[in-house]
Design a protein. Structure first.
Length: 104
């Protein structure tokens, strides 16, 4: 089985305690449905910065900033896509970038 990095973009942050619980429950249900395929559930991330080749720093997070990540095991890229389709971020306005994590 290969490992795939799920890179989350966007999605609305919950603002009330009820929304926070609802969001956490949805993520827990999704991760539970993936079972042992979840290698590292990851975390949400804060605002990103970029170091450019000339050493300058850009602090705007880019055009489509990262909002979190997970590391998921899947048989194929198509299997990873299928697993991603159940992610609650998608119903909350976000998207998922998927890349195979290559062993070195």
């Amino acid at each position: 089985m290969a490992k795939y990095l799920f890179i989350y973009h966007g999605g609305k942050h919950p603002s009330t305690q009820a929304d926070i619980k609802k969001t956490a429950d949805a993520w827990g249900k999704w991760f539970g449905s993936l079972g042992a395929a979840v290698i590292d559930g990851g975390n949400p991330v804060g605002k990103s910065s970029t170091v450019r080749p000339d050493g300058s720093i850009v602090n705007d997070g880019g055009a489509n900033p990262v909002s979190g990540y997970s590391l998921i095991e899947a048989a194929t890229l198509m299997d990873a896509h299928t697993k991603a389709k159940g992610c609650p971020l998608l119903s909350n306005g976000g998207s998922i970038e998927i890349a195979e994590a290559l062993d070195m």
